[in-house]
Design a protein around this ligand. Structure first.
Ligand code: GLN
Length: 215
C-alpha cells in the first residue's frame, strides 16, 4: 500500500488528504519527524509559510524531511509548500527560520497579489489531456529556474508547475476544485520512485493499477 504523508502544521492539508484518499492511497498527517517513517512521498500544502516555519522552528521535522528528500523521497509542494521547497526566495521575509529547500528555483512570495485578487486559470499541464483549473491565492511566483528543473505548466509565460526529478512544486492549489488529476499524475510518477525506495516492484505495480482504475 502506498502511504503519503501530508505536512499538517497549518493550511490546506485536509483538502490534500481528501484528494489523496479519493485516489485510494493511505495518508498520514505529518507534524513531527517521527511521522516520516515508512512514507512513500510527502505533500506540502498551501497556507501560510511564515506560520509553518515558525511552528517547525527548533524541531527536527524540517532537517529530517530534507534529509529524506535528499535520499530520494518524492515530494510535492503547493503554494506555501512551494515556498518551503524553493532554494532561493526573492526577499528575506522568512527571516532566519529554517525552510526545506531542495528545488532549484527562485520564488517571490505573494507576487500574484492579495487575497481578494485570487483567481482561477485554466492551465495546460504536461501529461494531462485537458486543461487543469489552477487556483491562485496569494500565490508565490517562480522567477527563475535551474537547468535541471522541468516546467510542467506556465501561466502568462511564467512557470507555475515545475519538477526537478522527484521534487515537484506548484504555485497554485491543485487540491481545491475537485480535480484529482494532478495528484494522480504525481502518484503515477511515484510508481517508479516507490520501486526505487522500497525495491518492491509488486507494491508499485499495484499502486499504478489502482490509480489507473480510479482516474
Ligand atoms: N502567501 C502565502 C505564503 O507566503 C502562500 C499562499 C498560499 O499558500 N495560498 O506563505
Amino acid at each position: 500500500m502506498v502511504r503519503i504523508g501530508v505536512l499538517a502544521l497549518q493550511g490546506a492539508f485536509r483538502e490534500h488528504l481528501t484528494v489523496l484518499g479519493s485516489l485510494g492511497v493511505e495518508t498520514r498527517k505529518v507534524t513531527r519527524a517521527e511521522h516520516l517513517t515508512d512514507l512513500d512521498a510527502v505533500v506540502l500544502p498551501g497556507g501560510e509559510s511564515t506560520a509553518m516555519v515558525r511552528i517547525a522552528d527548533g524541531t527536527d521535522l524540517f532537517p529530517q524531511l530534507r534529509r529524506r528528500i535528499d535520499e530520494g523521497l518524492p515530494v510535492f509542494g503547493t503554494c506555501a509548500g512551494l515556498i518551503l521547497l524553493a532554494d532561493h526566495l526573492s526577499d528575506d521575509s522568512l527571516g532566519g527560520y529554517g525552510r526545506l529547500g531542495g528545488l532549484d528555483i527562485t520564488v517571490a512570495r505573494n507576487a500574484y497579489g492579495r487575497q481578494r485578487e485570487s483567481f482561477t486559470a485554466p492551465l495546460t499541464v504536461s501529461g494531462l489531456d485537458e486543461s487543469f483549473d489552477g487556483t491562485f491565492i496569494r500565490a508565490p511566483q517562480i522567477l527563475d529556474i535551474g537547468s535541471d528543473v522541468e516546467v510542467l505548466a506556465s501561466h502568462n509565460g511564467q512557470p507555475v508547475l515545475v519538477r526537478q526529478g522527484h521534487v515537484w512544486g506548484g504555485s497554485f492549489h491543485p487540491e481545491l476544485g475537485g480535480d484529482a488529476r494532478l495528484h494522480a499524475q504525481f502518484l503515477h510518477h511515484l510508481g517508479a520512485a516507490v520501486q526505487r525506495l522500497s525495491h518492491d516492484s509488486s507494491a508499485s505495480a499495484d499502486a499504478q493499477r489502482r490509480i489507473r482504475i480510479r482516474r
